[in-house]
Design a protein around this ligand. Structure first.
Ligand SMILES: Cc1ncc(COP(=O)(O)O)c(C=O)c1O
Length: 328
């Protein structure tokens, strides 16, 4: 029936256009990666992987008998892919710290091979113009207080799987987070208590090879995170700006993420600075140490400065001043 529409059609169920995308949620980046590998039928195939990446990515690819070729990532996160991609089935690219380097953007625009887009510290699918198959995932558990949550978006259907629950992992993480909160806010308990529980939880995740769903609490917290997105983003942007102003330009990689998580610091005396910071109660992570399978130029000098809303202007200025003093 042709509808003679004088005014806008009002009421009834909300309509939704097909966007050609397929969506999934899991408890972690690794679960999402496993789901993408199965959906993109990559078992036994050859994947081109950056030499700067975390060990778990390599381990998951190897679980599926994937042959790995490495490409080099530079100090500014730019990279050059080999001229011939004849033997390559898929290219794995990382949106480092939420930053789109020139070569990352180029891959999204011009790639002739399917892409796995790893946005471990990000929140949203980038603009992909190349007419290729692609699968995107993030790990919101890494940049929020949520214990177990990761999103997948792909332009290939996600295979039907029976996602199992790993509820002990999630509850251990929430337990550790609660103890840490009590320690920080009321001085109850010991640091060693929550550190041990965090470690126990991560060991449990490491020892389970599977695709797990997020727990209900985490799904609800992920909704809350989205509601507070704009406020969180503006604090993170402010913290990023302050950190860049406080440090020497040679002391960080000049990233411009939409939703900052960490500022990657480049420190020639990284381990000395890191130890010195610990003496002041500042514990900064190394994302990522070298993997067993590859070397790179970044792992020995990189350190991550957190920029999330737990930290005020004062905190960021204080940590940056300390870093500069310790590097002298
Ligand atoms: C680059 C990168 N990709 C994927 C992952 C896996 O995320 P998850 O620990 O949530 O499984 C990590 C974990 O640190 C990572 O650093």
């Amino acid at each position: 029936m042709i509808f003679q529409q004088q005014t806008k059609l009002i009421g009834g169920e909300q309509e939704l256009a097909d966007d050609g995308r397929f969506y999934g949620v899991t408890n972690s980046g690794r679960s999402s990666l496993r789901w993408l590998i199965q959906s993109m039928e990559l078992k036994g195939k050859t994947v081109l992987v950056p030499d700067f990446v975390c060990q778990i990515v390599i381990d998951v690819l190897l679980e599926f008998d994937i042959k790995i070729h490495f490409y080099a990532v530079g100090d500014d996160f730019d990279f050059v892919l080999p001229n011939s991609l004849e033997d390559i089935d898929v290219i794995y690219i990382v949106k480092y710290f939420g930053h789109e380097s020139k070569s990352f953007k180029l891959a999204l625009k011009m790639s002739t091979r399917p892409l796995i887009i790893d946005d471990v510290f990000g929140t949203d699918v980038p603009n992909i113009e190349a007419p290729i198959l692609w699968g995107y995932f993030n790990s919101l558990r890494k940049i929020t207080a949520i214990s177990d949550f990761s999103q997948i978006v792909a332009n290939v259907p996600l295979v039907e799987i029976d996602r199992k629950s790993l509820s002990v992992f999630s509850s251990l993480k929430y337990q550790a987070k609660r103890v840490k909160s009590e320690f920080i806010n009321t001085c109850i308990g010991e640091q060693i208590e929550y550190l041990a529980v965090f470690e126990q939880a991560e060991n449990m995740l490491n020892s389970h090879e599977g695709i797990f769903k997020p727990e209900d609490k985490s799904v609800v917290l992920a909704g809350q995170f989205q509601r507070n997105y704009i406020d969180s983003q503006s604090i993170r942007q402010k913290n990023l700006k302050i950190a860049k102003e406080c440090l020497n330009s040679s002391q960080y990689i000049d990233i411009c993420p939409e939703f900052p998580s960490f500022l990657p610091l480049i420190l020639h005396q990284r381990d000395k600075v890191r130890r010195g910071l610990m003496d002041h109660g500042v514990f900064l992570a190394v994302h990522w140490p070298e993997t067993i399978q590859s070397e790179n130029g970044l792992s020995c000098k990189i350190l991550s400065l957190p920029l999330d809303p737990r930290y005020s202007d004062r905190d960021i200025k204080w940590v940056c001043a300390l870093i500069k003093k310790l590097e002298q």
